[in-house]
Write a protein that binds this ligand. Structure first.
Ligand SMILES: NC(=O)c1ccc[n+]([C@@H]2O[C@H](COP(=O)([O-])OP(=O)(O)OC[C@H]3O[C@@H](n4cnc5c(N)ncnc54)[C@H](OP(=O)(O)O)[C@@H]3O)[C@@H](O)[C@H]2O)c1
Length: 325
């Protein structure tokens, strides 16, 4: 089969379309003819040699797939060849074929394209797990979502807004902020022009927010804690700005704050099945009904994975970048 492989660690130029052996299924896996996959920020880190796949997972990039069932292990139940499915994988998406445990595979709603389906798993799972399962965001509460125009941001804004929360965002351009407002954010802060903490204090009459979803890390940590209300929750989900800094732990104690970190990829199969189920129960029906939608920025052919990586690395996307196979 054809797949994008990494010819060493480095920039987008290391990505190369090559012929590789197809994956073998275990007893509980489906073999999938992949029709679409999507980029995630983690792919850029893996391409440079970081964020290795968990043991037993494919070395090929790609954390989510949409396609048709082409075969299956002996213990699989409930699926037939030709079924249209999508889901989260530990790796292997940038390829003509991939494998997925059948308990993590979801049937693609009839009206959806493969591209739409591939845009959903990683960002909606991440947003739901962090904002609700870990962050316990409740109706009427306030949340600040950094990098509102990221794939995860575009999912997070929609589900938090749908749950009745008041959503603030940061983003690097007025265009991205307007797009975030169209998804349900009530206000946006261009972090390149103003200090987000000062702006949040102004926008909330000095009250601050209940929850912060952060992907930037070190340079934002002190300010994230500063703008949290008493009993506020900081969800640390990315470190695009760096990982090491100092904070005043006194503020964490006085305000009874919680700092919660998480990464999806290394979690156990059982945990990922549970994550899939929570998404299927709460948000898949809303996506099927069109109340929520995957936000797709652009679609590239698999052979142009390099160009797609350059585009993401330049922070130009609003929502998901898809690779079509
Ligand atoms: N922990 C997990 O399980 C998990 C799962 C999925 C994703 N993530 C993390 O979630 C984040 C978003 O991922 P994604 O794939 O949705 O990203 P994405 O679509 O590539 O969007 C990232 C956006 O973040 C902004 N940004 C980049 N560097 C920045 C910086 N130093 N300071 C402020 N803003 C910056 C840029 O938008 P602007 O134009 O606004 O600057 C960029 O377009 C990443 O950190 C990723 O690693 C974590």
């Amino acid at each position: 089969m054809k797949a994008i492989i990494r010819n060493g660690d480095g920039g987008p130029e290391v990505l190369q379309l090559s012929e590789v052996p197809p994956p073998q299924t275990t007893q509980t896996q489906l073999l999938v003819d992949v029709k679409a996959t999507a980029l995630n920020r983690a792919d850029l880190i893996q391409r440079r040699g970081g964020y290795p796949p968990p043991q037993g997972e494919s070395e090929i990039l790609g954390l989510e797939i949409a396609g048709t069932v082409a075969g299956m292990g002996v213990a699989v139940t409930g699926f037939n060849e030709g079924d249209r499915i999508f889901g989260l994988v530990g790796g292997g998406g940038y390829a003509e074929q991939a494998v997925i445990d059948y308990r993590m595979a979801m049937v693609i709603p009839e009206k959806w394209s493969f591209e739409e389906a591939a845009a959903v798993p990683e960002v909606f799972f991440t947003a739901n797990e962090n904002i609700f399962t870990l962050g316990q965001l409740a109706e009427g509460e306030t949340i600040l979502i950094h990098a509102g125009g990221s794939g995860v941001g575009t999912a997070g804004i929609q589900i938090a807004h749908h749950a009745g929360a008041r959503v603030f965002v940061t983003a690097g351009s007025s265009n991205k902020i307007e797009n975030c407002k169209a998804l349900g954010a009530i206000a946006g802060i261009n972090y390149k022009r103003s200090d987000f903490a000062t702006e949040i204090e102004r926008l909330t009459d000095g009250e601050g927010v209940d929850v912060v979803l952060d992907f930037i890390g070190a340079p934002y940590l002190a300010r994230n804690l500063q703008i949290l209300k008493a009993k506020g929750r900081l969800l640390q989900v990315g470190l695009m700005g760096g990982s090491a800094t100092e904070i005043d732990l006194g503020m964490v104690m006085r305000k009874r704050l919680q700092i919660i970190g998480s990464v999806m990829r290394p979690q156990s199969l059982d945990e990922k099945i549970a994550i899939t189920q929570r998404f299927v129960q709460r948000w898949l029906p809303k996506l099927k009904a069109g109340t929520l939608r995957p936000v797709i920025d652009s679609v590239y052919p698999l052979a142009e994975a390099r160009e797609a990586h350059q585009y993401m690395e330049a922070n130009r996307n609003f929502g998901k970048i898809i690779l079509k196979i």
